[in-house]
Design a protein around this ligand. Sequence first.
Ligand SMILES: Cc1cc2nc3c(=O)[nH]c(=O)nc-3n(C[C@H](O)[C@H](O)[C@H](O)COP(=O)(O)OP(=O)(O)OC[C@H]3O[C@@H](n4cnc5c(N)ncnc54)[C@H](O)[C@@H]3O)c2cc1C
Length: 432
Amino acid sequence: MTRHVAIVGSGPAGFYCAEALCKKDPEVRVDIIDRLPTPYGLVRSGVAPDHQGTKNVWRVFDRTAMRDNVRYFGNVEVDRDVSVAELLERYDAVVLAVGVTEDRPLGIEGENLPGVYGSRQLSGWYNGHPDFSDLDPELRGPGIAVIGNGNVAIDVVRVLSRERDEMVKTDIPDYAMRKIESSEYTDIYMLGRRGPAQASFTTAELRELGEMTRTVAIVDPAQVPDEVHIDDPKQQKKMEKIVETLRSYSLDRPDDKPQRLHMRFFAAPVRILGEDHVTGLEVAVTELVDGRLKETGETYVIEVGTVVTAIGYLAKPLEGVPVATWGTCFENDAGKIADRLYAVGWAKRGPSGVIATNRGDSGDVAAKVYDELEDGGRAGGDGLAALLRERGVRVVDYAGWGKIDERERGAATEPTPRVKITSMADLLAAGE
Ligand SMILES: Cc1cc2nc3c(=O)[nH]c(=O)nc-3n(C[C@H](O)[C@H](O)[C@H](O)COP(=O)(O)OP(=O)(O)OC[C@H]3O[C@@H](n4cnc5c(N)ncnc54)[C@H](O)[C@@H]3O)c2cc1C
């Protein structure tokens, strides 16, 4: 008899888990369910459009999707169209690979003002995610503050800083490019609460900030340490490169290019100013005392009309599946949530790590799923398809995604890779 596994979420974690299960046993039937008609999760809708090389990992996932024992159920949302309990009735195991969906709030006054956006919203918007394609962010100047010191903050800064010529080889939707080039901000402030040696961005991403044609990256030389001392030798090397890159930015002149990126460290946002929209951001100067972050008591205001937060994400519970008390993933024990129910990827460990991190992690959970997998005589994908038909859900299968993909590529002219379809109605029509 056949054993059936449902994987909810077609991002990297879901696909890596499917592949690992198929490698263990090609007889296991694996169904991948996603709320969008389009697969690949944040590879399509989070990774910045000017990082097409990174997005190319979809080819690996495509090979998995094409396996005979793998089936894709797009446009099927768990908790809207089907519940986890109903999946457990039909599958021998259910793996939740739904990622994390909420922007972590700053928790400061003014954060609900128009003109404050989370990086999840903004990166979804400039990636054509149908939930965010109507966002139409204000992008008001003279300055834009991007809060955070990780790679996502750098992505947001870079996309907001580039000009059209730098984006022709990307799939940024035209509405986003037009908005960015017609907005009149001249200064972007990237703020980190801690120092350069504590920043979590990587050297390659940081270096790209020095290669933009319209925007010059500048750093206050007083904020760049002469030396860094970290116990871990690998981390020491990485930090030395980061500090060296920042030192080179500290030599740049603000008038070298028409737009400036100010990288500010030891800067904690304390209040967003404005009556009916953002007019400024009050920032507290911080310092590290014995490794602990403290405010010095000094504050300053930067004149910004838009604030983007890139300080992490929170998970959303599904019916019967609670989120851990710290908020960033489902409650689970090394991937196990309950009998026959598992989590992988960001849903399992919270929003950390790159695409490749999910590979090993999903492999570990897949091994556990496989070890515990028993044939319960369940109906699997045919049972799910029957239920969805009964409920009038329009399932977009992998062939349907193929039609969307073909339409998007066909609409693009070299060197643009694709013109993304960005509304649900148009995606569903293209996937017919
Ligand atoms: C803005 C941003 C930029 C990034 N850039 C890079 C980068 O350049 N390089 C890199 O290596 N990593 C990058 N990452 C990290 C990388 O994207 C993650 O490590 C990875 O996507 C996590 O995979 P996942 O499968 O757990 O989640 P996701 O990729 O988020 O996939 C979750 C999937 O679940 C689906 N889903 C959610 N809820 C439901 C539901 N209720 N029912 C059905 N389906 C559902 C979603 O539609 C989605 O397809 C970036 C992350 C972000 C946020």
